[in-house]
Write a protein that binds this ligand. Structure first.
Ligand code: K1U
Ligand code: ZN
Length: 180
């Protein structure tokens, strides 16, 4: 962990059923860029501390279309900032992989999504960029963009699996609150 990470304050991550997680985030405008640049180090520090490989602004209560991702924080850190990301192409081929979510702590389930996606976004300098991903990167890009639209990975599960998972989460959270 770097000195910058130690000194950057962390933000609480919103947990299901916090209603902010179900709202649509709005596009970042040039007028938001100062706030966005200030949020980026805090979002990375919060994500690394969780630990996680992605974090979307609604998860820290800000309804802005802003995402941070780092798939390999323990190896070579490769931080990626995506502002106003949009999926511009998705493969017909799908892939199924286990997903977790920092807003649905300690609950995991298999999710099926397009295997490859192309995403257009602005970087932290406001420059237009595109990224193509497959495997974990494709799943993470789609998972984070879903957060900007109020969608959670549990929405892809059958009602039976979703209800089981959410009941288990509620029980775990109740247990944690009782132990505080
Ligand atoms: O958005 C989030 O809630 C973060 C989420 C991202 C994600 C994980 C798996 C598939 C798609 C998207 C997480 O980071 S959950 C934690 C996690 O996957 C992880 C944590 C530490 C090391 C490696 C992975
Ligand atoms: Zn998530």
């Amino acid at each position: 962990m770097s000195v910058a990470e130690i000194e950057t304050p962390l933000l609480p991550i919103r947990i299901v059923p916090d209603p902010v997680l179900r709202k649509m985030a709005r596009a970042v405008t040039p007028a938001d860029m100062d706030e966005v640049r200030a949020l980026i180090p805090t979002m990375f520090a919060t994500m690394y501390a969780a630990p996680g490989i992605g974090l979307a602004a609604p998860q820290i209560g800000r309804l802005l279309r802003l995402v941070v991702i780092d798939l390999a924080p323990e190896k070579v850190p490769t931080p990626l900032v995506l502002i106003n990301p949009e999926v511009v192409a998705a493969s017909e081929e799908t892939a199924t992989a286990e997903e977790g979510c920092l807003s649905v702590p300690e609950q995991y389930a298999e999710v099926t999504r397009p295997a490859r996606v192309k995403v257009r976004y602005l970087d932290e300098h406001g420059d237009k960029k595109e990224i193509e991903g497959e495997g974990l990167l494709a799943a993470c890009l789609q998972h984070e963009i879903d957060h900007l639209n109020g969608v959670l990975f549990v929405d892809y599960l059958s009602a039976l699996k979703r209800n089981m998972l959410l009941r288990r989460l509620a029980k775990d959270q109740k247990g944690k609150a009782a132990r505080k």
